[in-house]
Design a protein around this ligand. Structure first.
Ligand SMILES: CC(C)(COP(=O)(O)OP(=O)(O)OC[C@H]1O[C@@H](n2cnc3c(N)ncnc32)[C@H](O)[C@@H]1OP(=O)(O)O)[C@@H](O)C(=O)NCCC(=O)NCCS
Length: 230
């Protein structure tokens, strides 16, 4: 029988603990430790698993502990996405964590560093990008695309043929009707019902959802929003 994969979780906060539970429920694996840049928790144990040191020492610690895979479990969308790209470039294997109670259509696709929590349903022909969090009990209906580094919070219902661009945060219990687009890094408030496209960087709340804020674009996002040059 093959030895279970030895895994490091990057991030020992709330999301890190959720990811630990998903990995343990999902099957044979050995979580050898957390890495976290908060020095106050180095050497402590979280749910029995040691915090081995800072994320900055990833390469050395992965080698020391004979690690076979890494998952980035940081709640902040931008940090999670950037760190996962960095880990990927460093040659370590980036893993997904899929809870055994989640239901994924046979033709749904998952990127890397994807977390699928308990009770999630992903329907036919959905495409889930790298570093996406599909949190507890959310529903993603057919042919919907979720862009890199987005977080779909617990109990969200996203209808069919929705396009969620990268870095979007959809708050707990929100609903999104079919065929709308949630622009890059937009935020949908808890419990909102989105019935039309949401512009990039906008925050929307309420039923039906209305815009309350527009954030300034980071350089990375500004570049993504530029019209393509011919
Ligand atoms: C939408 C949200 C991001 C706004 O946060 P914010 O930018 O800090 O905005 P504020 O808290 O300053 O609120 C601004 C206004 O919107 C209202 N508001 C905020 N969130 C709201 C919501 N979800 N629904 C309805 N109204 C909301 C506030 O009452 C406030 O109204 P006022 O100006 O009349 O006083 C936040 O409230 C939210 O819903 N976050 C979701 C959190 C979540 O789902 N977490 C789960 C993690 S797994």
């Amino acid at each position: 029988m093959r030895e279970p994969r030895r895994i490091l979780i990057l991030g020992a906060g709330g999301h890190g603990r959720v990811v630990l539970d998903i990995l343990l429920q999902a099957g044979p694996c050995q979580v050898v430790g957390f890495l976290d840049n908060n020095a106050d928790i180095h050497g402590r144990r979280i749910d029995g698993i040691p915090v081995l040191g800072p994320i900055d020492d990833l390469t050395t610690l992965a080698e020391q502990h004979d690690v076979g895979g890494v998952i980035v479990a940081i709640g902040d969308n931008g940090v999670r996405r950037g760190l996962a790209r960095h880990v990927d470039r460093s040659g370590l294997t980036v893993l997904n964590a899929v809870h055994p109670s989640a239901t994924l259509a046979h033709n749904a696709t998952l990127g890397r560093n994807v977390v699928v929590a308990a009770g999630v349903v992903v329907c036919a022909h959905c495409q889930i990008g790298d570093s996406v969090i599909l949190n507890t009990g959310c529903l993603i209906d057919y042919q919907t695309m979720i862009g890199e580094g987005s977080h779909i919070c617990p109990g969200v219902r996203i209808a069919g043929r929705v396009k969620v661009e990268p870095g979007v945060f959809v708050g707990i219990g929100a609903t999104v009707v079919p065929k709308v687009t949630l622009g890059c890094e937009s935020i949908v408030g808890a419990g909102a019902v989105v019935i039309e496209d949401v512009p990039a960087l906008a925050t929307v709340i309420g039923v039906p959802a209305r815009r309350i804020k527009l954030a300034a674009a980071s350089e990375e996002i500004a570049a993504m929003l530029l019209p393509a040059r011919v």
